[in-house]
Ligand binder design. Structure first.
Ligand code: NAD
Length: 523
């Protein structure tokens, strides 16, 4: 496939002011190839480092992130617009936690395992499972968590002994470049972590390059393209994609507290989170109207403004394209009868891509706002007759990233959690674990495949190698040729061992063995 690149540079803007922040290179085909080749070269020595050396390097990285925290947070709030406290809490805490957790747990998680066989013919065999780095991992990341998402993946990949080539989103290349600088400052050898900037075409080049594995975080459409591009080299791909995450509210949920949780879950990061609450199903009860009123009242109090301003609760959308998508979802819902209880319009007067936090009722599944990922500050609310109806509607989605349940009845919530089709179910909260290193993150259906973080994420970044050793070397195997009667004495002895004193020939002996073995579980 020929990849067209129309520009040699890309520009990056502050979405709160539309001010130009910088212009960076768009890596060409040759530059991507060189970056990947240099990364393979660095892999030669990085894979040979011990877990202890890598852990030490991760702890040094943690120190460097902490030392640069203020500058990083400011850069994030300027380049993608999020409130400054979110730039600390949602962007830096996860990677800092990950540096320590993977420094302390990767060696134990990836230590050799010894497995015993149960088939009597294989008792002389010993199996060792070893976990080895894959090589160069290509990471393609989005703009909405421009620091936490790529950092978490890089930390895990290098903890396993892989090297990384990262292509950050074209909407936040300065943050990507900063990530590269942090690794340099932490003393990592050259090309263990390489940053290539550029747009989709650079991402396409990386996905078609000779990397050992791709980790793609982004939209479902981007994910399907990357998967197709990677197929040329049969490169395995982990996909962390979009969501349309449902919140189910049971009648006993405390009103003021639940309203706070839902408002934060829907509007944090201006609703531009993969696991944002994008639709609410309230089970019919005496408090429905009180809860809706409280949600609206709290939403109206949210301060819209540049993320860099410490009083801002909600920042701008990332760009005009994203703003137009939110507008179109809300306008289509309005035209089909939705009620706008607050918000529902963009705010050009504020200078950037601002859209007011919006609460909608009288919505249904014929509307885009209920089924397509809006990725903006919109909370549509539906009142349903029963928990079963809420579960059915929550599952009526192409996506399956996360969902939340709000109630005092924890055992009922757990039952509902088991019926929901999603990778993570939050009971009485939302979103928070997308950057927690200890627990897996990932979705089902069009929200992706594979898991990141935790022991399961590590397994996605290693070659699981089975080494089998036979201590009875030199002995004939019963299943080896020849199948006829000219067997060695040893093989015949094996058959009589399996069949006691019943005289059977070798072929019949093997058939009998297999037949008995197949039937064993039934008895
Ligand atoms: P996007 O798919 O437009 O872009 C993501 C990255 O992929 C960017 O770096 C982009 O340049 C690159 N890219 C896009 N098309 C490509 C192609 N054909 N080949 C190679 N690279 C390509 O997504 P976005 O707008 O940056 O991010 C928002 C989306 O990401 C939302 O759908 C959101 O839900 C999802 N997301 C998911 C998670 C998760 O953990 N599941 C986390 C954050 C964001």
């Amino acid at each position: 496939m020929v990849i067209e690149q129309s520009a040699t540079t890309i520009k990056t803007y502050n979405p709160a002011t539309k001010e130009l922040l910088g212009e960076v290179a768009q890596a060409s085909a040759k530059e991507v190839e060189q970056a990947v080749a240099a990364s393979w070269q660095a892999f030669e020595s990085w894979q040979a480092t011990s877990f202890k050396e890598r852990s030490k390097a991760l702890l040094k990285l943690r120190k460097v992130i902490s030392q640069n925290a203020d500058e990083i947070a400011k850069l994030i709030s300027n380049e993608v617009g999020k409130p400054i406290c979110e730039s600390y809490m949602a962007e830096m805490v996860g990677p800092l936690d990950a540096c320590v957790w993977f420094a302390e747990n990767t060696e134990k998680a990836l230590e050799d395992q010894s497995i015993a066989m149960t088939n009597p013919l294989l008792l002389s065999k010993q199996s060792i499972i070893s976990f080895e780095p894959l090589g160069v991992v290509g990471i393609i990341s989005p703009w909405n968590y421009p620091f936490a998402i790529p950092m978490m993946s890089i930390i895990m990949a290098i903890a396993c002994g892989n090297t990384v080539v990262l292509k950050p989103s074209e909407k936040c290349p300065l943050i990507g470049i900063k990530i590269g600088e942090l690794f340099k400052q932490a003393g990592f050898p050259d090309n263990v972590v390489t940053i290539i900037t550029g747009g989709r075409s650079t991402g396409a080049l990386l996905s078609q390059s000779k990397v050992a594995k791709l980790i793609f975080t982004g939209s479902a459409i981007g994910g399907s393209k990357v998967m197709a591009q990677a197929a040329e080299n049969l490169t395995p791909v982990s996909l962390e994609l979009g969501g349309k995450d449902a919140a189910i509210v049971l009648p006993d949920a405390p009103v003021a507290w639940t309203a706070r949780g839902l408002v934060w879950g829907a509007f944090t990061n201006c609703g531009q989170a993969c696991a944002s609450i994008e639709r609410v199903y309230m089970v019919k009860g005496p408090n429905n109207q009180k809860l809706i009123d409280e949600i609206v009242s709290q939403t109206k109090k949210l301060e819209l403004g540049p993320g860099i301003n410490p009083n801002s609760d909600v920042g701008p959308m990332i760009d005009d394209e994203q703003l137009a998508k939110v507008e179109s979802h809300v306008e289509q819902a309005k035209a089909s009868g939705a009620n706008v209880l607050c918000g529902g319009k963009k705010r050009d007067d504020l200078g950037g891509y601002f859209y007011e936090p919006t609460v909608l009722t009288n919505v249904n599944h014929s509307m885009d706002v209920m089924l397509q990922e809006t990725f903006g500050p919109v909370m549509p609310i539906v009142i349903v007759e029963s928990e079963d109806e809420a579960i059915d509607l929550a599952n009526e989605s192409h996506y399956g990233l996360s969902a939340s349940i709000w109630t005092r009845n924890l055992s009922k919530a757990e039952d509902i959690a088991r019926d929901l089709e999603a990778g993570t179910i939050f009971i009485n909260d939302g979103l928070f674990s997308f950057a927690s290193p200890q627990v897996p993150w990932g979705g089902s259906k069009k929200s992706g495949g594979g898991r990141t973080h935790s022991y399961f994420g590590l397994l996605d970044l290693v070659n699981i190698k089975h080494i089998t050793i036979d201590s009875a070397g030199g002995m004939n195997r019963l299943w080896w040729y020849p199948y006829g009667k000219s067997r060695t004495k040893l093989a015949r002895a094996g058959v009589s061992f399996l069949h006691g004193n019943n005289p059977v020939d070798t072929v019949q002996g093997l058939i009998n063995f297999a037949t008995n073995f197949l039937q064993k579980p039934k008895s």
